[in-house]
Design a protein around this ligand. Structure first.
Ligand code: OAD
Length: 253
């Protein structure tokens, strides 16, 4: 895979790099994406499993679906794409990592200060009083735990369709998009707003925008560079080429 020289040049000069990730970055860890032909939304109905109405109509089914996803995530490991992004945090003066993923694999790969736009499935809180829940979640038959404070039903701390994103997270992500020099959109279909707007904000503000995705998305014709490969392959190659590029120019000085 060819890495465009313009991208290496922009990265060499960059003070602030922003990375937005989606489900594709975890695909090589064995976690299903949403909108690919074998993705979760081809098999399950998001209105039933990822919305407030869905939870109110059938909380047990929603809870047990998320408990199954927690098991999948707990059995998965970060892949070279997650590790390359964690490595990027050391290579640039400032790196902002924004993820739509709820699987915490970036944390497990060593990234810190991850902006989680859609929350995470590892934590839970009360649907009624919103109090965080730290009690036992692994109940027999995937039963739904009850809030010890108010008796309400416990839900995963993810953002469902129709819910607001965490305000601080969205503000921090937008700020990064406005101010970064290079913006990466990695493993996302760029179809879910407001996350999908971040690459557009970045490009309008003058950043060099790169897409890492083996498939074509709505963003593909808009970006400055496209690395058309799985992120677990493309990002390690990019970092290797970037180190060579930097060494070449350092040796000239
Ligand atoms: P999608 O399933 O919509 O898109 C995943 C993207 O990853 C697709 O464009 C794939 O081509 C790409 N892809 C697949 N394998 C890849 C790989 N190995 N490397 C790089 N890219 C790969 O997932 P998201 O864009 O993350 O929201 O979806 C956004 C939101 O929609 C999710 O956070 C979730 C979902 O509904 C909520 O649950 C609130």
């Amino acid at each position: 895979m060819e890495i465009p020289e313009a991208l290496l040049n922009r990265l060499a000069k960059a003070n602030h790099v922003a990375v937005l990730t989606g489900a594709g970055v975890s695909a090589e860890s064995g976690i299903k994406t949403f909108r690919d032909p074998d993705g979760l939304w081809a098999q399950f109905n998001p209105a039933e499993l990822a919305s407030v109405d869905g939870f109110m109509s059938n909380p047990e089914i929603v809870w047990s679906w998320y408990q199954h996803r927690v098991e999948v995530v707990n059995n998965a490991k970060p892949n070279p794409g997650h590790y390359a992004i964690a490595e990027m945090q050391k290579l640039f003066p400032k790196l902002t990592l924004i993820t739509q993923n709820v699987d915490r694999l970036h944390h497990r790969a060593g990234s810190d200060k991850v902006i989680e736009l859609h929350g995470n499935i590892v934590e839970n809180h009360c649907f009624d009083c919103k109090e965080p829940f730290h009690g036992e979640t692994n109940l027999p038959d995937k039963q739904l735990p009850v809030c010890p404070r108010c008796g309400g039903r416990i839900r995963p701390s993810v953002v469902w369709f129709g819910e607001m994103l965490p305000v601080g997270a969205l503000e921090a992500a937008e700020e990064a998009a406005y101010t970064c020099d290079v913006f990466f959109s990695v493993g996302t279909s760029a179809e879910v707003y407001p996350a999908a707007n971040l690459p557009v904000v970045a490009k309008r503000a003058g950043a060099y925008v790169v897409e890492v995705n083996p498939n074509i998305t709505v963003l593909s014709s808009y970006v400055d560079a496209k690395l058309p490969a799985p992120s677990g392959e493309a990002l390690p190659i990019l970092l290797e080429e970037f180190r060579k590029y930097q060494k070449f120019y350092d040796d000239l000085l």
